[in-house]
Design a binder for this molecule. Structure first.
Ligand SMILES: *Cc1c(COP(=O)(O)O)cnc(C)c1O
Length: 365
C-alpha cells in the first residue's frame, strides 16, 4: 500500500468501535443539526483550548469569515496575513469585503515574520491573521505587541495547530478570536467538513452564535441577515471521540518527527526548524530540498505519495491578481519551490519512517 502525506483513515481504523457507536447514536437520536452532540463538543473543545466559548461552524474558512464579520471588518479595511497558508485564510478576508495584505515569512520556520508587519500597516489596517503553520506556533507574543500598539484585532488561524502551545499557553488564547478547521486531514478531523470559532469575549461569542445560524433570536425570527454554517451532529459526535484521543495522537506525531529528525541526512535535505519553548503538534513534517520536484518523483516511484505545502505563495496565485499589487516576498517564493511534506500521521511505524528516510537520503539528482 502506498504511503501518503496524510491519511485520515488511519485514525478511523484506530478508533473504529467508538466512532461507529457515535455514528449510530446520532442516527438513532433523530437530531442531526444543532443538538446535544454539538453542544457537548463545543464545551469539551473550549475546555481543551482553554477558552470560554466555542461555536461550531461548517468549516475553517467560515470560522475565519464569521470572525472578521463579528469584528466589523469589511469594505475599505485591510487585514495582514501570510502568503504561506491555505488560500482560504485570505479568501475569508475577501468574503468579508476587506483586502488581504501579505507579509513575508521567516526563511527557516515559514511562520509569518513579525518584524515585517509594521511596515505593512496603513490607516486602513484593522486586523492581523497570523497562522500557526504546520502545527508550530508562530511568534504570537511579538505579534500581539504590535497589534496592541496599533489597535489591531488578531484572529489566530489555528486550523493546523490543534493542541499547540507557547510555553504553557494554548495557541488561540492570545488573540481576540481563534479559528479551527476539522477537515479530515487536520490533527483533529471529522469525516467531512467542520470548524469552530473560540473566544473569551462573551459579547463576541453571542454575536457569532447568532451569525452562524441565520441571526435568529428565536426560531424564524431573524433580526439581521445571518449565515447558515453549522457543525453537524455527526461530525460533532465523531470529533468528541477524536478529541479524547488527540493528545495521544499528537504524541505519536511528535515521535515520528523525532524519528525523521534522527534519520534524515542534513547534508541532503533541510529538516524543519523547531522554535524554542513551544509545543509543535506536527500537522505536517516539511523538509526542504533544492531538487524538490525530482525528490518527490523519486519517492512517488517507491509508492511514497508526498504533497507540497504550498506550491504557490498566495500573492502569486491568479485568484489574487485582482489586488493589483506587486509583491516581493522572497522567502515565501523560495520556500514554495523547496518544501516537501513527508508522510505524517499517527499510525506511521518506525519501519515506515526508516524506509522513507532511507529513500530521501539515497536520492541523488
Ligand atoms: C485547512 C485550513 C483552512 C481552511 O479550513 P477548511 O475547513 O478547509 O475551510 C484555513 N487555514 C488553514 C491554515 C488551514 O490549514
Amino acid at each position: 500500500m502506498p504511503l501518503y502525506t496524510s491519511y485520515p483513515k488511519d485514525e478511523y481504523s484506530a478508533l473504529k468501535k467508538p466512532i461507529q457507536q457515535a455514528i449510530q447514536r446520532v442516527l438513532d437520536s433523530g437530531v442531526y443539526v444543532l443538538g446535544k452532540e454539538v453542544t457537548l463538543f463545543e464545551q469539551a473543545f473550549a475546555q481543551y483550548c482553554d477558552l470560554k466559548y466555542a461555536i461550531g461552524v461548517g468549516n475553517g474558512t467560515d470560522a475565519l469569515f464569521l470572525s472578521l464579520k463579528a469584528l466589523n471588518i469589511g469594505p475599505g479595511d485591510e487585514v495582514i496575513t501570510t502568503p504561506m497558508t491555505a488560500a482560504y485564510t485570505a479568501f475569508a478576508v475577501v468574503y468579508a469585503g476587506a483586502t488581504p495584505v501579505f507579509v513575508d515569512v521567516h526563511p527557516d520556520t515559514f511562520e509569518l515574520d513579525e518584524t515585517q508587519i509594521e511596515r505593512a500597516i496603513t490607516k486602513r489596517t484593522k486586523a492581523i491573521i497570523p497562522v500557526h503553520l504546520f502545527g508550530q506556533p508562530c511568534n504570537i507574543q511579538a505579534i500581539m505587541q504590535i497589534a496592541k500598539k496599533h489597535h489591531l484585532k488578531v484572529i489566530e488561524d489555528c486550523c493546523q495547530a490543534h493542541g499547540a502551545m507557547v510555553g504553557k499557553r494554548r495557541v488561540g488564547t492570545f488573540g481576540d478570536i481563534a479559528c479551527y478547521s476539522f477537515y479530515p486531514t487536520k490533527n483533529l478531523g471529522g469525516i467531512g467538513d467542520g470548524g469552530a470559532i473560540l473566544t473569551n469575549n462573551k459579547a463576541l461569542a453571542a454575536k457569532i452564535r447568532l451569525l452562524h445560524n441565520g441571526h435568529q433570536t428565536k426560531k424564524y425570527y431573524h433580526t439581521a441577515v445571518g449565515h447558515n454554517t453549522r457543525l453537524d451532529e455527526m461530525q460533532a459526535a465523531i470529533l468528541r471521540v477524536k478529541l479524547a484521543n488527540l493528545d495521544a495522537f499528537i504524541a505519536k506525531r511528535q515521535q515520528i518527527a523525532d524519528w525523521y529528525d534522527a534519520l534524515l541526512d542534513s547534508s541532503k535535505v533541510v529538516k524543519p526548524k523547531r522554535s524554542k519553548g513551544v509545543r509543535h503538534v506536527f500537522h505536517l513534517y516539511v523538509i526542504q530540498s533544492k531538487q524538490r520536484d525530482a525528490l518527490q518523483a523519486h519517492l512517488a516511484k517507491h509508492d511514497i505519495i508526498t504533497q507540497v505545502h504550498y506550491p504557490w505563495p498566495l500573492h502569486a496565485l491568479p485568484a489574487f491578481k485582482f489586488l493589483r499589487k506587486t509583491y516581493r516576498l522572497p522567502h515565501s517564493t523560495a520556500m514554495s519551490k523547496m518544501a516537501l511534506s513527508l508522510p505524517m500521521y499517527p499510525g506511521l511505524t518506525r519501519r515506515q519512517v526508516e524506509q522513507i528516510a532511507k529513500l530521501v537520503n539515497q536520492f541523488t539528482a
